[in-house]
Design a protein around this ligand. Structure first.
Ligand code: AMO
Length: 446
């Protein structure tokens, strides 16, 4: 009996269809449902892609197979070798008549989250038990769609000649300003976890790589406990050279976002349908609104803001409502941020004025910031001046600043927060629902 199926390659549930009728196949997965009805019993085997019914007619299966079936319990992991048969009553019109059932690992305890339950578990329970929670179809769909976002990002950029880089996540000093750094003891020195690959992607430009991207974890020691902040998240970074101004970057970001959404729509249609999400490919160009315009139109938009101030989360959403009403668009670029609210490396709109506007921008999607970017300063003297203007001691940033002495192409880029994009695309109320394993202020495990 052990020899049956030894040489059969494993198939997944979606790889088996009516075209396989009569074939012997080997399947592996979890037992998601068991039913015994006298002469006929069945169970449902679930793998990553879907489910299939395994049917046992008492007079068709051996005693050994029937005994193995009697030992099954829900969520145990099994291997089944059997014949594909048509049955219109089975969910996909096919069922498997088992010739061998092997329990690979038995489920020993009551599950903390029921994968078969359509009702959502409370978010805390789901997060605390994510390895099991991931067995729920909804959670799996979210992660599969997130995978398509990453693949769409890579495909578009590689198609445009971008090179993937990987940079250190243990760093000597912050890059984004502010105090959102996690300290780490690095032998006899104090180091930090990277809050962005910002300086390093710029180093790749200085090195002449011209167009680069990086997908990597970043760490933010933010105190915020909100529905859109994590303390560790996946940053999808882009940087490229020989730009005229920030609008070259904005145009690329826009095309990239559309391309990602198209890829998700093309490859994860089933999952989107399950989640009840219709992906609309946004019209280009996306609406753009500058800070000077925001200040000028604050009454029309319905927000309170002083000149030179950043938009807070509520105002970001209100501007989004205004744009939605005016242009019927879910996205908008917020351009010409005041330099005062952007990091020191940001190119001033007017290089003579370090207290005015910048060439930095954000992209807001359904009222939440998902992308930040801008043109960077590539002139050594201006860069040193900008760092001093922010109150930094240039000596502390010597390891970064010194490389700007050797000729640097005009450049810029942006970063997309993967979990934020996933959350907004799938209309999830909390970023934690768009994240496999979570690091937030209260969670260091699992
Ligand atoms: P910024 O700090 O705005 O920019 O981050 C870029 C994008 O990352 C996402 N994001 C977050 N997601 C989850 N939790 C958080 N705590 C969090 N903070 C930020 C957002 C945001 O738009 N170096 C620049 C990028 C650049 O200019 O290239 C930077 O890191 O989606």
């Amino acid at each position: 009996m052990e020899e049956i199926g030894k040489n059969i390659e494993r198939k997944t549930t979606i790889e088996i269809g009516k075209e396989n009728l009569g074939e012997i196949v080997r399947l592996c997965g979890f037992v998601s449902y068991i039913r015994e009805l006298g002469e006929v019993s069945f169970f449902v085997l679930r793998d990553r892609e879907g489910e299939i019914q395994i049917t046992l007619h008492r007079n068709e299966v051996s005693d050994e197979v029937f005994k193995a079936f009697k030992d099954l319990n829900r969520e145990s992991v099994v291997e089944v070798i059997g014949k594909v048969r048509g049955d219109e009553r089975a969910p996909r019109g096919i069922e498997i008549i088992p010739e061998q059932i092997k329990i690979l690992s038995k489920c020993l305890d009551l599950l903390p989250v029921d994968p078969a339950e359509r009702k959502e578990p409370p978010l805390d329970v789901a997060i605390d038990n994510r390895p099991i929670d991931l067995r729920r179809k909804k959670m799996k769909c979210i992660i599969l769609i997130q995978d398509a976002i990453l693949e769409g990002f890579r495909r578009y950029l590689r198609g445009k000649g971008f090179v993937e880089i990987n940079t250190p996540k243990i760093i000597a000093s912050g890059t984004e300003g502010g105090a959102e750094l996690f300290p780490v003891q690095y032998f006899d020195k104090l180091a930090y976890l990277a809050q962005s690959p910002q300086f390093y992607k710029q180093f790749a430009i200085i090195g002449g790589l011209e167009k680069v991207y990086e997908i990597g974890h970043v760490f933010r020691a933010e105190e915020h406990h909100t529905t859109r902040h994590l303390n560790e998240y996946e940053s999808m970074d882009v940087e490229f050279a020989f730009i005229k101004d920030e609008f070259d970057i904005i145009n690329l970001a826009e095309e990239l976002i559309c391309s990602i959404l198209e890829y998700v729509k093309d490859t994860r249609n089933e999952e989107l349908k399950f989640l009840g999400v219709e992906v609309e490919i946004p019209k280009r160009p996306f609406p753009r609104i500058s800070f000077p315009e925001i200040y000028e139109k604050k009454e029309e938009i319905g927000i309170e803001i002083k000149e030179g101030e950043d938009l807070n989360a509520e105002n970001e959403r209100k501007v989004g409502d205004y744009i939605k009403k005016k242009y019927n668009h879910d996205f908008y670029f917020l351009t010409k941020f005041p330099l005062a609210v952007r990091p020191a490396y940001t190119m001033p709109d007017d290089p003579e004025n370090l207290n005015g506007y910048s060439r930095g921008f954000d992209l807001i999607y359904k009222g939440i910031e998902i992308v930040t970017g801008g043109q960077r300063i590539h002139d050594y003297n201006l860069l040193v001046k900008a760092f001093k203007n922010k109150g930094y001691n240039p000596d502390d940033f010597e390891y970064y600043l010194k490389f700007f002495k050797y000729g640097v192409p005009p450049h810029g880029g942006f970063a997309i927060g993967l979990e934020r994009l996933t959350k907004q695309l799938l209309n999830l109320p909390n970023i934690r629902e768009a994240t496999f394993l979570i690091r937030d202020k209260t969670r260091l495990v699992p």
